[in-house]
Design a protein around this ligand. Structure first.
Ligand code: NAP
Ligand code: GLV
Length: 309
């Protein structure tokens, strides 16, 4: 059995190194040099060319190189029998929390604003927010959202979480389902999106959602670009209802040069780096699943193809 690496737009050479260093002699192939298609039962994927998996009649498992699997499940020709797994990794989880904390603190002290002021030698002191002034709402209380919420709570923030099923974590207000969304939003001065991209969550960051947030709320999207209706964000920023946004993910990546987000004074752009899988750290769970597949055992970090995450 071999491992096929298949991707577009992200360098996966580090995965080849990590796999072969950890297991010398492992048969690792990189698409499109897959060799005999019948021999491929296990694939490691990020943003594969749609339709490519149907070339492999014996494919049994597709492992995402990241936490998200939307890039796999969006393929209309995904073979029905294939199991899909994702990465759950302490470094990935901690990196996300650290990034979100940095964005929250940056917003509260307007550090981006002072950097812009420095560019024009402008000395202008502004009022700033204190921890007790803001309530933070985390949409998506899974692996990443729960840990991020707990870290923010430990810093002294009041934190609320919203998910499909209520998550009872010490010190975190629990909200669940569409019926509790409005109450959650109405208290969230900073809204963080850490939802998986599914049919239910696509476009969830829209005008109706933003209108329910308190005046001057700040939005942080570290989930997927398709969660956000871009023109609604710009409208709500320009109207002054929202005070700003930090965006790490976009409908089109890389974000096109002419995109209005680049130059919007209230938007901070980062190039999808909130939390990036380190193959050296995540390779052991991929190899564990490779072995489990060979032995006919249950896989780790299996995704529900029905739920979409
Ligand atoms: P996860 O463990 O699967 O958690 C997903 C959470 O979202 C769960 O709490 C789930 O609720 C909730 N949810 C799903 N559908 C919902 C709905 N319709 N309404 C309300 N809540 C819903 O996922 P994760 O590992 O935390 O990762 C989240 C996402 O982060 C990934 O899918 C990926 O897109 C993104 N990500 C981004 C980066 C980056 O660098 N920007 C890095 C890694 C991941 P239940 O708990 O009730 O099921
Ligand atoms: C990154 O976006 C991931 O899903 O891991």
């Amino acid at each position: 059995m071999s491992i096929l690496i298949i991707n577009q737009g992200r360098y996966l050479g580090h995965w080849v190194t990590a796999l072969t260093e950890r297991r010398p002699g492992l048969d690792v192939r990189v698409y499109p040099d897959a060799g005999s298609p019948d021999e491929i039962e296990f694939a490691l994927a990020w943003n594969h060319p749609l339709g490519a998996f149907k070339e492999f009649p014996n494919l049994k498992c597709i492992a995402s190189t990241g936490a998200g699997v939307d890039h796999i499940l969006r393929d209309p020709e995904l073979p029905a029998q294939v199991q899909v797994t994702r990465i759950v990794d302490d470094n990935l989880t901690q990196d996300m929390a650290t990034f979100v904390v940095a964005q929250v603190l940056n917003h509260m002290r307007d550090l981006h604003g002072y950097k812009a002021a420095q560019n024009t030698s402008s000395w202008k002191q502004k009022r700033y927010l204190r921890t007790q002034d803001v309530t933070i709402g985390v949409m998506g209380m899974g692996v990443l959202g729960s840990h991020t919420a707990l870290q923010l709570s430990q810093l002294g923030f009041k934190v609320l979480g919203w998910s499909r099923s209520a998550k009872l974590l010490e010190g975190i207000g629990a909200y669940a389902g569409p019926e509790e969304l409005d109450a959650f939003l109405s208290s969230s001065n900073i809204l963080i999106c850490l939802l998986p991209l599914t049919k239910e969550t696509a476009n969830i960051l829209n005008k109706q959602t933003f209108e329910k947030l308190p005046q001057d709320a700040f939005v942080i999207n570290v989930a997927r670009g398709e969660h956000l209706v871009e023109e609604d964000l710009i409208e709500m920023l320009d109207k002054g209802h929202l005070s700003g946004a930090s965006l790490d993910v976009f409908r089109t990546e890389p974000l096109p040069e002419e995109h209005p987000f680049w130059s919007h004074p209230k938007i901070n752009v980062t190039p999808h780096i909130a939390s990036v899988t380190d193959p050296a750290s995540a390779v052991s769970q991929v190899l564990e699943n490779y072995d489990r597949l060979r032995n006919g055992e249950d896989l780790l970090n299996l995704v529900s193809r029905t739920k979409g995450y």
